[in-house]
Design a protein around this ligand. Structure first.
Ligand code: CU
Length: 507
């Protein structure tokens, strides 16, 4: 039995306007009439559709993909992903106003979420805003984020996993004056790398979950794709590059490192550039997280190679519920690549030598102090227990409810709070990459870690939480009130209900 007093019904909390006409179809129609006062600097159309993509030799693979078209703005705002199933890369400048006409040509409901962007609640792609096949949703927002590597993907309730797996994802890159004033590699030397894992059947068709138990660990594909292609190789010059790496996988965790053992030079995370570069032997990248690497191939000769790998990560029994010849059907040849298994990610081949004057800046982004004392609740953080419970993902023992928030999920606009995510482990003990919509946070601390390679520096919107760990985050609820989500970005966990609303209340 739910305790009625424990739950705040939004309609009864003076937010009737917010709830009005929430059921499918009504709200999207309202959005279809764009705000006449909104003057976009950039306007584009994004269509989600069923298509084909050449991935493996032979037959093309049926995929779901975003197709983009620039309606207003300059050519650099929208870059086609070429032969890849990935959506076009959107590039904008901080402060620009953007209007995106989203058309759903999929055979089911969908909606786009702008992962990491600070946008109004009604532009965030909440699952209650899904639109049906053949319908349109118009997004309008000002880009307020600092320069960084953000991304977009679908967010329909219980269908995010299969839709992203089908191919629906793209990068949303923001630049700003601060970034432009730095001498960072640009254009052809600024390389986005989207890492995903997929499993194919003998006809090159995508295979998603083959057994319900696979949802517990999340989907794990047996082939690693980068930018939609297997065995990814990139020709480079002997000079520095900026690598923008997104873990676009449903549930796989990468333990990134250089094969030759030299350390990674990290310049950015989810929310853009760090204050200054940091050097790490390896970096753990959970689903939806981003890392930016300064990769310097200077001094290498023509024909030389450097390989970015994912090193072995001992996840023990967390590595997958299915083993070789286990629950995997004959369609995948029984091959299984457990979470934590080692493999090559990208091979860089030096095609030409070049002398470059490009030097790693020692000062990158400006950061305000992450002063915990400025949080209203610094002595008693708001706690969230994340667990898998009888095949249901729960946060503080609750599964996702589309239009509800609990009392302890209401925050005040204009305040700062410390949030604590707690993964007690349990049975089965699983990693949970936790994502909070609508803002960028700072990681204040992590307790109970058994692993190395966390990248908790800088601005973040997703934080990897291993079993037995707890993390403390500094949240700032600024500019926008309304209903936002927080959830596990293991997409199978999310689809199993490991997601909740939080509500930012205006005074
Ligand atoms: Cu999870």
């Amino acid at each position: 039995m739910l305790n009625r007093r424990e739950f705040l019904y939004l309609a009864g909390a003076g937010t009737a306007g917010l709830l009005a006409g929430q059921t499918g179809g009504l709200r999207p129609l309202a959005h279809a009439a764009a705000d006449s006062d909104f003057q976009p600097d950039v306007e584009l159309a994004l269509k989600a559709t069923v298509s084909e993509s050449p991935i493996l030799p032979g037959r093309p693979t049926v995929v779901w993909t975003y197709r983009g078209r620039l309606l207003k703005g300059e050519a650099w705002h929208l870059a086609d992903s070429g032969r890849s199933y990935l959506g076009p890369t959107i590039r904008v400048r901080r402060g620009q106003k953007i209007r995106i006409h989203f058309y759903n040509e999929l055979p089911e409901e969908s909606i786009i979420h702008w992962h990491g962007l600070h946008v109004p609640a009604e532009m965030d792609g909440h699952p209650r805003d899904v639109i049906a096949t053949g319908q349109k949703f118009v997004y309008e927002f000002e880009v307020r984020n600092r320069a960084g590597t953000y991304w977009y993907h679908p967010h329909p309730h219980a269908r995010t996993g299969p839709q992203v797996y089908g191919g629906l994802a793209g990068l949303f890159i923001v630049t700003d004056d601060e970034e432009q004033s730095l001498t960072l590699p640009r254009d052809a030397f600024d390389l986005p790398l989207v890492i995903q894992d997929r499993t194919f059947d003998e006809n090159n068709g995508l295979v998603y979950l083959t057994h319900p138990m696979e949802r517990m660990t999340g989907f794990l594909g047996n082939r690693i794709l980068v930018n939609g292609q297997p065995r990814y190789a990139q020709k480079v010059l002997s000079r520095p590059y900026r690598l923008r790496i997104l873990n676009g996988s449903n549930s796989r965790i990468y333990n990134l490192a250089w094969a030759d053992g030299r350390p990674l030079t990290v310049i950015g995370t989810d929310g853009g550039l760090l204050p200054s570069p940091i050097v790490r032997p390896n970096v753990l990248l959970g689903p939806a997280e981003r890392v930016e690497i300064w990769a310097d191939f200077s001094g290498m000769g023509k024909g030389d190679e450097a390989t970015l790998v994912s090193r072995e990560l001992d996840l023990g029994p967390l590595s997958g519920m299915t083993g070789p010849g286990g629950m995997r059907g004959p369609a995948t040849g029984g091959r299984f690549l457990p979470n934590g298994a080692p493999f090559a990610v990208v091979r860089f081949e030096i095609s030409h030598t070049e002398k470059s004057s490009s030097r790693l800046p020692q000062q990158l982004g400006e950061f305000p102090p992450d002063d915990m004392d400025s949080a209203a609740n610094h002595s008693a953080p708001r706690q969230f227990h994340i667990a898998m419970n009888h095949m249901r993902g729960v946060i503080n023992n609750r599964v996702f409810e589309m239009n509800r928030v609990a009392d302890d999920e209401v925050v005040q606009l204009g305040t700062r709070e410390v949030w604590e995510f707690i993964n007690r482990g349990g049975m089965p003990a699983l990693p949970h990459p936790m994502h909070v919509h609508g803002l960028q946070f700072r990681v204040l601390g992590r307790l109970g870690s058994l692993y190395d390679g966390y990248l908790d520096e800088g601005w973040k919107d997703t934080v990897l939480l291993m079993p037995g760990e707890r993390v403390r985050l500094m949240m700032r609820f600024e500019d926008y009130d309304g209903l936002f989500l927080y959830h596990c970005h293991n997409l199978e966990h999310e689809d199993m209900g490991m997601m909740r609303n939080y509500y930012v209340r205006a005074t």
